[in-house]
Design a protein around this ligand. Structure first.
Ligand code: MLT
Ligand code: MN
Ligand code: ZN
Length: 309
């Protein structure tokens, strides 16, 4: 894959699995066994993250997964262009879940970064002493609070524009597991994003919606986007229970299941793509469930998928 310096906004899905990745290190479910064995129709996946660019030159990461170093290694567009350099200027956090924030600590090599997060998500990070490693010098991490519903042009730590305009909206979600019982729940715990090209004042170009963790579509209006990346964590509400892996159902984990939730929901978008797919989800294999998803007009994200809007 060569570098493509184009003039359209595009997203590279650098990780398409839910927390735990695919295969998950401690999982012997049928999917994880199949992908380890290299069975046809199964692709390994790293944890949920998307790189957004307007010009192919500067990028914003949406979420920083524990796999971020491997994801950058696998994505030439994200490689340095100089002896000490990164095209990544900002990281946008859509919640404080471990699979979305742990990668921050792997990006600590004295690299200035802008971090966009809601004040609630930022407070959760500040509660960890580890955040100090991103504050080795003034300006290493520049926190830019996300205000729900307000349009913001993304900038790097020095204030240079990245060419992408973002709006964040509350998405039905939950506190990160490690903060449950330790922080008050807030509408700012989990957001979905609407992203468009800064040059696109008249909405002539496409826009992208990202809602990788979404417990319900109530009040979440994804209509009008060119491409929608949506929560594909679970196919069924009781997927983990059926496999004997957990007592938790999708609702307990604030993920709308595909079959009874998003699959036939009316989402007016040119492309609808499931991402943040859990390793137990049958759509990860050549199954009836995958065929049903494709027949309903959905795509399934994979690592390295490029979405031009
Ligand atoms: C989720 O998507 O539900 C979380 O990543 C789960 C977790 O924090 O383990
Ligand atoms: Mn997750
Ligand atoms: Zn598994």
């Amino acid at each position: 894959m060569g570098l493509v310096y184009d003039s359209r906004m595009r997203a590279i899905v650098i990780g398409s699995a839910a927390g735990g990745a695919f295969p998950q290190w401690n999982c012997g479910c049928p999917n994880c066994v199949a992908v380890r064995a290299g069975k046809e129709g199964y692709l390994p996946r790293t944890q949920d993250s998307v790189a957004i660019t307007a010009n192919g030159d500067r990028f914003a990461l949406v979420n920083a997964s524990p796999d971020v170093l491997a994801q950058i290694r696998a994505t030439p567009a994200l490689w340095p262009r100089a002896p000490r350099h990164t095209p990544i200027g900002a990281v946008v956090l859509t919640n404080g879940d471990m699979d979305h924030v742990l990668g921050l600590f792997s990006l600590r090599e004295s690299q200035p970064l802008a971090i966009y997060a809601t004040p609630a998500v930022w407070r959760g990070l500040e509660a960890s002493i580890l955040l100090r490693t991103l504050k080795r010098f003034e300006g290493q991490v520049v926190f830019r609070p996300i205000a729900l519903g307000e349009e913001v042009a993304l900038e790097d730590a020095a204030g240079a524009p990245l060419g992408v305009v973002m709006r964040a909206f509350a998405a039905p979600g939950k506190l990160p597991v490690h903060l449950m019982g330790h922080a008050a729940e807030s509408a700012e715990d989990n957001v979905w994003l609407s992203l468009r090209d800064l040059r696109d004042a008249d909405a002539k170009r496409g826009s992208l919606a990202y809602a990788a963790a979404c417990a319900s579509l109530e009040g979440v209006d994804l209509a009008g986007h060119d491409a929608v990346l949506f929560d594909g964590t679970f196919f069924r509400e009781d997927e983990l229970v059926r496999l004997g892996l957990s007592k938790a159902v999708a609702k307990d984990m604030a993920h709308l299941p595909i079959e009874s939730g998003s699959l036939h929901a009316k989402i007016d978008a040119r492309r609808k793509i499931y991402t943040h797919v859990n390793n137990t989800n049958p759509i990860l294999g050549p199954t009836d469930e995958r065929r049903a998803v494709v027949a309903a007009g959905w795509e399934i994200a994979f690592d390295g998928m490029e979405i031009e809007v």
